[in-house]
Design a protein around this ligand. Structure first.
Ligand code: CUA
Length: 313
């Protein structure tokens, strides 16, 4: 859509440059050559039918052709339905874009709902994606300059547009209808991926969202905050223990668990660590938790705590 609009823009720009050159050129030449000066008397003209016909007919033809070209583009811009590969809902609200992926099995979460996201939308490359726009409060406008024209999101009225990325990449967008104090910060990003990358992202995104729907995660969080964990470890916004390492971003950590070479941060290793850290790092102040080694927790509770840790990215 953006390319089609840009093509038309360049045609109009080219025509405007030609018209400007002719008009200004004629004005300058006439002003110099035919001006009144010593020894030369400027001639007086009273109308010229041929000239007047030309500068009436030519601009009229230009305006008509630009109108026809514009209507052709409008048909393309407004055609949201033909060849649509997927439909995404985008809701503008002060001051964020919220996206709802389609009710497709691939986006289905374990609680029966479908994947959602804020500010960043992933789309498959080369496929037409219909965007159903709505607004929760005031008028916003969806605009990703490299992909398409802008479309308003109006409260109480549904509008639609579409985007299609021909090449993989990250495309920046912005709300471009002034919508209040945070308007300038109402950015959005479209990430277009080729089919393999898209499928991989889709799996990972659904898996990550499902983590929060997992009853074990809720149980793990409950255990983490009520047991000894909370007294020693900080998880920003949740616990404030200072004795052990902070765990807020444990899953993004590249250093192995406890700094022990080979003990990469993953579920299996976290289970070992939470169950019996002293067996892996002798002398550590973290006590044994596994009831197999004399600690207070059974395997299910340890797994629940690890499931909760896995949400910390
Ligand atoms: Cu939303 Cu400007």
């Amino acid at each position: 859509m953006a390319r089609s609009i840009a093509d038309l823009y360049w045609v109009m720009f080219g025509a405007a440059v030609v018209v400007l050159a002719i008009v200004v050129g004629a004005l300058v030449i006439a002003g110099i050559r035919f001006r009144e000066r010593p020894g030369h008397q400027a001639r007086q003209y009273h109308g010229n039918n041929v000239l007047e016909l030309i500068w009436t007919v030519v601009p009229t033809l230009m305006v008509i052709s630009f109108s026809v070209l514009s209507f052709q583009r409008l048909a393309l811009v407004n055609d949201v339905d033909s060849g649509t590969a997927m439909t995404v809902k985008a809701e503008g609200k002060q001051w964020v874009w919220n996206f709802q992926y389609p009710a497709d099995p691939k986006f289905k979460l374990s609680d029966g709902s479908y994947l959602t996201a804020a500010e960043e939308l992933h789309i498959p490359v080369g496929q037409k994606v219909k965007i159903e726009l709505s607004s929760k409060d005031v008028i916003h406008a969806f605009y990703v300059p490299k992909l398409g024209g802008q479309k308003d999101a109006v409260p109480g009225r549904d509008t639609v547009t579409w985007i299609q990325a021909d090449r993989p990449g990250t495309y920046s967008g912005q709300c471009i209808e002034f919508c209040g104090t945070g308007h300038a910060d109402m950015l959005l990003t479209i990430v277009a991926q080729n089919p393999t990358d898209y499928a991989a992202w889709q799996d990972a995104a659904v898996k990550q969202a499902n983590l929060f729907n997992d009853p074990a995660v809720a149980k793990g969080k409950q255990l983490f905050t009520t047991l000894a964990c909370a007294g020693c470890h900080t998880v920003q916004g949740l616990t404030g223990g200072k004795v052990g390492p902070e765990l807020t971003h444990i899953m993004s950590q590249k250093t192995p668990i406890g700094g022990i070479a080979g003990l990469d941060v993953n579920e299996a290793n976290l289970i070992k660590w939470v169950g019996n850290a002293p067996s892996l790092k002798p002398g550590i102040v973290m006590p044994v938790f596994s009831n197999k080694a004399g600690g207070p927790l059974d395997d299910d509770s340890i797994l629940a705590i690890v499931k909760f840790l896995e949400t910390l990215k």
